[in-house]
Write a new protein. Sequence first.
Length: 394
Amino acid sequence: MTYLDHAATTPMHPLAADALVAELGRVGNPSSVHEAGRAARRAVEESRELIADRLGAHPSEVLFTGGGTEADNLAVKGLFWARSGADSRRRRVLVSAVEHHAVLDAALWLGEREDAEPVLLPVDGAGRLDLSALEAELGNHADEVALLSVMWANNEVGTIQPIAEVVALAHAYDIPVHSDAVQAVGPLDVEFATSGLDAMSVSAHKLGGPVGVGALLLRRDVDVTAVQHGGGQERGVRSGTFATALIRSFAAAIDAAVAGRREQGGRVAALRDALAVAVLAEVPDAVVRGPAVPGSPLDAARLPGNLSITFPGCDTDALLYLLDSLGVQCSAGSACQAGVTRTSHVLLAMGLTEADARGTVRFSLGRSSTRADVDTVAGVIGDVVARARAAGSR
């Protein structure tokens, strides 16, 4: 098997797996006052402190969730309700047009159900936020804006967004900024405090941890309305019994990912570049999507493990089926669409035609990727594309 879908989920790090197994053998609700409960709570709080340290945050700013999607929903909906509740004029929810659906759909839901006004901010052909459009939006409507959400790095084409500039523009008008950093933590140097962000989402299974746990990093002075209610855990923002084993494994994964970031980042980027060269050699008319062709001076503007390529004249479903039949596992983009391949809103926002967007495949590499993976793809991609084109021409 050649697994090149690390952006969807990446294999668990051995240290994270060990931590999960060790904690699963214990009993105790972290909210109980007896010894077993106190031991479980220690595991949770030690994990919180470790995650906070590795992400440049205060422990009280780390709020555990069931994953990145929940963290995004809590940030977008919670910030909107808090801001609009304090000032009824603030109905506008600004999000980039290339956000993950966890952010995009949450904003659109608020528009349908809560009288919000979602505003999709445009991006350029590389998927980078148009800062002039953001500046114009803020200049015209700042007193109507509840929040701004811009992802740190795009899950489909790997584009790294100008978070520092985004925060500076929004904070000039006292507008809180949330960022979905699910793809960024691990591959990139992510420091919550120095970023200036008000809220940031993280997911464990994207960086070597287990599925089912994540965190919303939330500045201590930022007001967020709770989305769910119950026992009052996590500053009253996210009630629910702590998933101790998942949290401990999450912390181990972040610790390992941050420690190995420089070494793994360079290695994975080199493999990604080699894969791009190999694919383009076999299919010369293929087009790399994102900030630049890997290896160019703009290489730092994209995630090290991301390679999004359009194969003209092909259908994505055919490409994925043929590659999978040969043991190469990749994707069309986001895996969070109920298992259904749809035309990418990210690619369409970047200006691609429907036909080109439908012929785009994402290869995403990670810690377990090797040169053998590159060689395998190089050995089959020419025939796969030829067969996909033949099937499309019938």
